[in-house]
Ligand binder design. Structure first.
Ligand code: MRU
Length: 358
């Protein structure tokens, strides 16, 4: 298909390529699609309290930067309801410890703090109906994320020449957001428009977000994808099968440095070496203009057991030590484009980031 013959995004049936939803608010409890059990069980965990939501974020029951921000917003609603029932307006100051527990659930993705700041903003102007106002805000955060993803899908896909192959890392899809996804949203839009002819997904050791989640999610939507071992990425690029690496982000700094799932940085280095373009796709809720550059980002380190065992069974000799940082930072000069719902920053640096984000 030529670029001219591409389907316009306004003609694109978004729902046709977007079936999975990780977060459901029932009106009383938060239901989270348990991502620890995928792809073998589609099971929603019920969270009836704020602390259950914080635990779900920490345990990766819900994961992906935008999704943990949305879940945290609903966690605030649950905390507010339980406090409000007992205390009315006097509950307002009692809410802060709950927000802090949610914020502590994971350190790297700024979307968590961003969503909690929005909820705090509602409290700052709260009247007697503050509980209801928080619920409306959580709905708005979720709704806006879906709209941003669909818009980014169109902006990102427009950068890709017809017939391209792409490689993605981790899971940045509907499972990681309110729906549609960030990098995976661009891939959805690119496939629908005929810009993307082949999709490769890295397995994303050690938690296997690519192997367990991304290829499953694409399968649900009828999008053909090929799984590769993480260690096959440079060879894939060398064989000329991909023209773009497309990834998400957990935090994008004021100079364009981007933190994302461990392994992203080495993909960016390999991409530059092989003349493959590198795209980071994230909503503006992932942009942290208060952090000047990537070395200031706290990188989460998780239990080495994630590395030493597979599905609960130890696969490494007893007594072996492991180090398990789960994010890394890609320096801005290895990034060709940052795609947000506010626009695209090509060859990002501090000046270009400031021009879009102030
Ligand atoms: O540890 P995870 O699975 O929460 O890490 C997720 C990622 O690194 C994603 O790439 C990022 O959050 C963007 S999701 C749209």
């Amino acid at each position: 298909m030529t670029d001219n013959a591409r389907m316009k995004t306004s003609d694109f049936d978004f729902d046709r390529y977007d079936h999975v939803r990780p977060i459901r608010w029932t009106g009383d409890v938060l239901e989270l699609l348990d991502q620890r059990k995928l792809p073998f069980a589609v099971d929603y965990a019920r969270c009836a309290t704020c602390d259950a939501v914080a635990a779900a974020i920490h345990s990766l029951t819900v994961r992906g930067a935008p999704a943990i921000g949305i879940a945290a917003a609903w966690g605030v609603v649950l905390a507010a309801r339980s406090l409000h029932a007992a205390n009315g307006l006097a509950a307002l100051p009692l809410l802060e410890p709950a927000l802090q527990r949610l914020n502590a659930a994971r350190p790297t993705a700024v979307n968590l703090a961003w969503a909690l700041a929005r909820m705090r903003g509602v409290l700052a102007h709260a009247g007697a109906d503050w509980c209801e106002a928080l619920e409306q805000e959580a709905h708005a955060i979720e709704r806006e994320d879906l709209a941003a993803n669909r818009h980014m899908g169109a902006l990102g896909a427009a950068l890709i020449a017809a017939g391209s192959g792409v490689l993605t890392h981790c899971n940045t899809g509907s499972l990681a957001t309110a729906g549609f996804g960030t990098a995976l949203g661009v891939i959805r839009a690119g496939v629908a428009q005929g810009a993307i002819a082949q999709v490769f997904a890295g397995e994303t050791r050690p938690w296997n977000q690519g192997a367990r989640l991304t290829v499953w999610e694409l399968q649900q939507d009828g999008i053909d994808a090929t799984l590769i071992a993480d260690s096959a990425a440079a060879h894939l690029m060398k064989t000329g099968q991909v023209q773009w690496v497309i990834v998400g982000a957990d935090r994008i700094c004021a100079n364009g440095d981007a933190a994302n799932k461990i392994g992203t940085y080495q993909l960016a280095i390999a991409a530059r070496h092989h003349g493959v373009k590198f795209m980071v796709v994230a909503p503006s809720s992932t942009v942290d203009m208060a952090t000047a550059s990537g070395e200031l980002i706290e990188i989460e380190e998780r239990d080495p057991a994630e590395l030493l065992a597979f599905r609960g069974k130890r696969v490494v000799a007893e007594g072996v030590r492991a180090w398990n940082p789960v994010f890394d930072v890609t320096p801005h000069d290895l990034i060709d484009a940052i795609v947000t719902e506010k626009g695209v920053v090509e060859r990002p640096d501090a000046q270009r980031m400031r021009a879009l984000f102030g």
